[in-house]
Design a protein around this ligand. Structure first.
Ligand code: PEP
Ligand code: MG
Length: 924
């Protein structure tokens, strides 16, 4: 039997592929994203220093065995080291020609929350002397050694970086040095001794002199870091499985700090902020990689490299182009030039803003790199949401500028406008956001993986240091948090918990407005506006492609009368202005018009109250006759805006007491009037109070509402249906196509529909006859009560369409009050993993979802090809949209602002489950 392979050299990619069944995702799973890409670059002849990867399987085996590496892992590491020694002609641990390696963590998905890199492993007192001699540059050799001791201390032994940095600063101050480059060999040697002392003090161990021991400790520390708090938090936030484990890449060191023919940098093959096809990155002459990433030295724009090293730059540009062609994705690369020779140290798909994601997807289709389907899948639905994020009102921003409120300016690292109160550390920022429900701007000199929880809780982020590729920038972009970095004028005093720019002090808790799109930061609270979708050409193109995909016939299985195309996206809109916006955002119908919202308008409410309090049918009818023209006008506006599209109008749903004053305030008024002896208004108020008391219910959500109210008081819905059909007839007369669908809420028993629906249909027919017009219409019901879902076959005999009201259906299925649960216990339930997620946000597929699926199947058995949609809040949630696609709904309906998100999510669902793809179409 062949031995289990725990280690793969970069030139053994073919073996790794064969071992996991030739599946690239599985290769990434085994070797980690970083390792797999290093091996892939080696295969396509991109210059990568020799190295090897210890697999994620080794990590998982090590962790499962309580910190014991699997048998033979170390032997395989030694064998691979020997192979590198052969290739490089250097020897690990030899003073004559020392081989030095870096040890880098690398999970399947890139995780800024993980332990990162230890460089220069292999240096000790002896090999450092050797390196000094060999290079003739003792300053370089001893600097390299102190870097190893420092990184080893921080990364492997978890000693705070400040312990080392303080010593370095102290030394520089004592010697009057301004920058690290002024330090000489003796300085570094002395500092390294003191660093070793820190390790001794903090950990009571000596810095290991044996290179193999250094490598062993570093590798195991990477494995251990998989379960570190930072990494676990990050995975929770990013939805990455805890089972994956991390790989470790061990790579021959190359040095960018060997003189002016050396350098190092990081770059994106396209601009990650706006997506434009230009190289974007930072570069440093005569420096080591971490100097760029950590923002210790001021970096130059990558263009400077074209002047300083023109030939190498050309080679670099060609490699970037090659990598893009190979991966068909924008790449984020790290490179080092050692004495004129260019080495690529990393490539991965670059993180980008939502704006850049859309631009790059559309451009790459135009460049022939990817298909339309791939372009659509490249943008996450939530990224569309970010593009519709608020911006500052341009006028207000100008005014703030004129008023001298612009406080600072930095790199526009992640777009969007954020307004909040300033907090200077991640824990406070998180606490203020979560516990105090404040809008928070987190301000730090720079951020580290430890700060991610604060960054995620913040509305915006500001740092005074770092560039476009700094930790803060990368994380903020990934999570869509507006962010400005490197605002160097800002002087942050973490101890005093304040910052200042030219003497203007902002203290903790003060308001700040951060424009992540421009990089400007303003004092105070600035008003924001919604961005205009119509101006976002690339996004519109992408959404058109999404609609094309959804409209593809036979993209879904058509069993049981399910639709063959993908989902349509409709909107919940009550007013013509909402409908127009929804349509301009791409809605193909109105899935829910909540008619009662119109009753609340100022001039109508008194009429509604008169109607409710009427003592006899005549006065009630008089009030209803007054309301009818209002409703008719509302509906005319909706039909006009939705010319040619279906419009579902829901009949009155809430209990009537919602239209009357609140019982407690009325009681207070009555008592006050009595005390004042004011008899004028007293009688009326007392009568009102009696009526309100009479309508009181202990559980109004389960009380006299929806269809029950229509049965008890049919006059209201009769008026509404008359208004709907008169409006439709009037609009149809203007040559506008109307498709009214009348929706009855809260049905629980077929007999409810049997009682009310025929009366209403009769009114519809009467109106059409009187107006001499005919158009198609439907009467249907909401499915909001579990019993309705369970008896869908019966209900479908009368109802011509179903729409899932998942707000009520979730409430009634779980037995959670939708008005109270979130405030009382639901958030804790989600936080403590009692529930996997908030069922009012994302459909509970196992419970509510099963009812939905049963309802769809039974409903369509009784009425084949019945139109079924969803209009609860879940209709705009990408995961729920995926579910709705799977169970065969015709459309999802959501708020107009969510329509673009839903269009993309619907296309994703269609592509992921397209007929013939490997994924199941059944509910799990
Ligand atoms: C629902 O219950 O999901 C629904 C859309 O109706 P409402 O929110 O108006 O009760
Ligand atoms: Mg409802």
């Amino acid at each position: 039997m062949t031995e289990k392979k725990w280690v793969y050299r970069f030139d053994e990619l073919a073996i790794a592929e064969a071992d996991v069944g030739e599946d690239w995702e599985a290769v990434r799973g085994l070797l980690g994203g970083k390792g797999a890409n290093l091996a892939e670059m080696t295969r396509i002849n991109v210059p990568v220093p020799p190295g090897f990867i210890v697999t994620t399987e080794a990590c998982n085996a090590y962790l499962a065995a309580g910190g014991n590496p699997p048998e033979r892992m170390w032997d395989q590491i030694h064998t691979s080291l020997k192979q590198i020694e052969k290739e490089t002609g250097k020897t690990f641990g030899s003073a004559a020609n020392p081989l030095l390696v870096s040890c880098r963590s690398g999970a399947k998905f890139s995780m800024p929350g993980m332990m990162d890199t230890v460089l220069n492993i292999g240096l000790n007192d002896e090999t450092t002397r050797g390196l000094a001699e060999l290079t003739g540059d003792p300053g370089f050799a001893y600097d390299a050694y102190r870097r190893l001791v420092q990184m080893f201390g921080c990364v492997v032994l978890s000693i705070p970086d400040e312990a080392f940095e303080d010593i370095l600063e102290e030394h520089k101050e004592a010697k009057g040095f301004k920058s690290d480059t002024e330090l000489e060999a003796e300085d570094w040697e002395g500092i390294t001794q003191r660093f070793k002392g820190i390790i001794q003090d903090h950990k009571q161990i000596e810095f290991p002199q044996k290179p193999l021991e250094q490598l062993r400790m570093a590798t195991q520390a990477v494995f251990d870091s998989w379960n570190g708090k930072r990494a676990v938090d990050y995975r929770n936030a990013a939805g990455i499985s805890h089972e994956l484990g991390t790989a470790v890449s061990i790579v021959t060191m190359v040095f960018g700090n060997m003189g002016n023919d050396s350098g190092t940098g990081v770059a994106f093959t396209r601009n990650p902020a706006n997506g434009k096809k230009v190289l974007y990155g930072d570069y440093l002459l005569n420096a080591q990689g971490e100097d760029v990433v950590a923002g210790i030295r001021n970096t130059s724009h990558i263009n400077v490299m074209a002047e300083e090293m023109p030939e190498t730059y050309q080679q670099f540009v060609a490699i970037c182009e090659r990598l893009e062609q190979h991966y068909r994705e924008m790449q984020d690369v790290e490179f080092t030039i050692e004495r004129g020779k260019l080495w690529m140290l990393q490539t991965r798909n670059g993180k980008r803003t939502a704006k850049a994601a859309v631009q790059i997807a559309v451009d790459m289709f135009a460049e022939g790199l990817i298909s339309k389907e791939e372009a659509v899948l490249r943008v996450k639905p939530e990224q569309v949401n970010i593009l519709l994020h608020p911006q500052f009102e341009p006028q207000a921003e100008k005014q703030a500028e004129a008023d001298g409120l612009r406080y600072a300016n930095g790199v526009n690292a992640s777009p969007g406008a954020a307004v909040g109160r300033v907090y200077f550390d991640a824990d406070t920022a998180e606490r203020m956001a979560k516990k105090e429900h404040q809008d928070v701007i987190m301000v730090r000199p720079f951020t580290k993986p430890d700060d991610v929880h604060g960054m995620l809780a913040a509305k915006g982020i500001l740092t005074s240091e770092g560039g476009a590729t700094s930790h803060a920038a990368v994380v903020a972009r990934q999570f869509g948090v507006p962010c400005v970095v490197g605002a160097s004028a800002v002087n942050i005093d973490l101890k005093a918990r304040q910052m200042s720019v030219n003497g203007v002090v902002v203290s903790e808790g003060d308001w700040l407005s951060v424009n992540g799109t421009s990089g400007d930061v303003y004092l105070g609270q600035m008003p924001t506006i919604e961005p205009v979708l119509e101006e976002q050409t690339e996004l519109l193109t992408l959404l058109d492609w999404a609609d094309e995909i959804c409209a593809t016939e036979d993209i879904r299985l058509a069993e049981n009368g399910h639709p063959r195309r993908g989902l349509q996206v409709w909107a919940n809109a009550d007013y013509p202005a909402d409908a127009r916006r929804a349509r301009s955002y791409g809605a193909q119908g109105i899935g829910l018009c909540r008619t009662e919202h119109m009753f609340f308008e100022q001039e109508r409410l008194p009429i509604v109250q008169r109607m409710i309090l009427a003592e006899n049918p005549v006065t009630r009818q008089a009030a209803l006759d007054e309301l009818l023209p209002f409703q008719r006008a509302d509906f005319e506006g909706l039909f006009e805006a939705m010319d040619g599209c279906p419009v579902i109008i829901r009949l009155i749903d809430p209990p009537l007491h919602e239209f009357l004053p609140d019982k407690d305030s009325l009681l207070e008024e009555v008592v006050t009037l009595r005390l004042q002896g004011n008899t004028n208004d007293l009688a009326a108020k007392e009568a009102l109070l009696e009526s309100v008391k009479g309508m009181h219910e202990s559980n109004p959500m389960m009380g006299l509402r929806g269809v029950r109210l229509s049965i008890m008081m049919p006059e209201i819905v009769e008026m509404q249906v008359r208004a709907i059909f008169e409006a439709a007839a009037n609009v149809a007369a203007k040559n506008i196509q109307v498709f009214p669908e009348v929706m009855i809420p809260l049905t629980g028993h077929i007999n409810e529909l049997k009682f009310i629906q025929p009366r209403l249909e009769q009114i519809a027919d009467e109106v059409m006859a009187a107006k001499s017009v005919a158009f198609d219409y439907k009467f249907g019901t909401m499915i909001e009560v579990p019993r309705a879902a369970l008896t869908a076959a019966e209900i479908a005999e009368v109802a011509e369409f179903f729409s899932f009201g998942t707000n009520d259906l979730t409430q009634m299925t779980y037995g959670y009050s939708r008005d109270d649960a979130e405030a009382n216990f639901l958030l804790k339930y989600v936080e403590d993993d009692i529930l996997p997620e908030n069922p009012f946000q994302s459909v509970d597929t196992h419970g509510v979802g099963r009812l939905m699926q049963m309802c769809v199947d039974d409903g369509r058995k009784a009425r084949p090809e019945m139109e079924i949609g969803i209009c609860g809040e879940h209709g705009g949630d990408p995961a729920s949209i995926d579910f709705c696609h799977r169970i065969g709904l015709n459309y999802v309906s959501c708020s107009p602002f969510r329509v673009p998100v839903a269009r993309l999510a619907a296309a994703h669902a269609a592509l992921k489950q397209r007929v013939g793809s490997s994924e199941s179409v059944l509910v799990d």
